[in-house]
Design a protein around this ligand. Sequence first.
Ligand code: BGC
Length: 255
Amino acid sequence: MNRPLDGKVMIVTGANSGIGEGIAREAAAQGAAVVIDWVTNGEATDKIVSDIAEAGGTASGFQADVSKVDQLAALIDFAVSDYGRLDVMVNNAGVEIGQTTADLTEDRYDFLMGINLKGAVFGTKLASDQMRKQGDGGVIINTSSVHEDWPMPSDLAYCVSKGGIRMLTRTAGVELGQYGIRVVGIGPGAIDTPINADDTPEETEALRRAIPLGYIGKPAEMGRVACFVASDAASYITATTIFADGGLMQKPGAV
Ligand code: BGC
């Protein structure tokens, strides 16, 4: 039976935990050959690669810090030399620093922006350079957030980075449409990942209660959204963000 991502080569950045892991596992299950980019915790990468191989899928890990353009270039070269091409680039790596305007420091700002925004901008540039060379289109997916639109006063830099992702998706989507390259954001709400590991049980419960669907989302649910966007079923979607937040964004004051 044909699966939606059979024959596609996908890179997922920040893919050995959280939403990236959910995307990598689902994409492999749907037939893609997946390159799992990671920075720390090589054992977690090995486990995902071996789980995928055991299930009959194809995946490999590659260590690259997306805030460094030469490492991003090496990541793309690895995918192309191992699997022959690049069909889907998922700029997913991201961090939160939890600094308000009052707390913000230059080094934490540079750290966050390097990963969340510079990494996605140059991931988009380098992936689309490769896709244009191939000449038959491609898909670039940017993991955004409800906070591309919705202020979260506990983390100024994070919201600024996601606002940047919003315009990256729209601007690159408009530019690259002529090459058949689609650029799409996915906009998660609160998802059960290490990014929220420092939340107190009370904060987690308040968040859960704010979500119209009544639960914190699962990485696998984001994986299914990303795979839909990556597939030909989403052939007419570009330069926009698909939100998957259990309705959270429609409740002003929830965060
Ligand atoms: C953030 C989470 C937050 C969620 C909902 C995500 O983008 O990473 O920390 O709980 O948005 O506000």
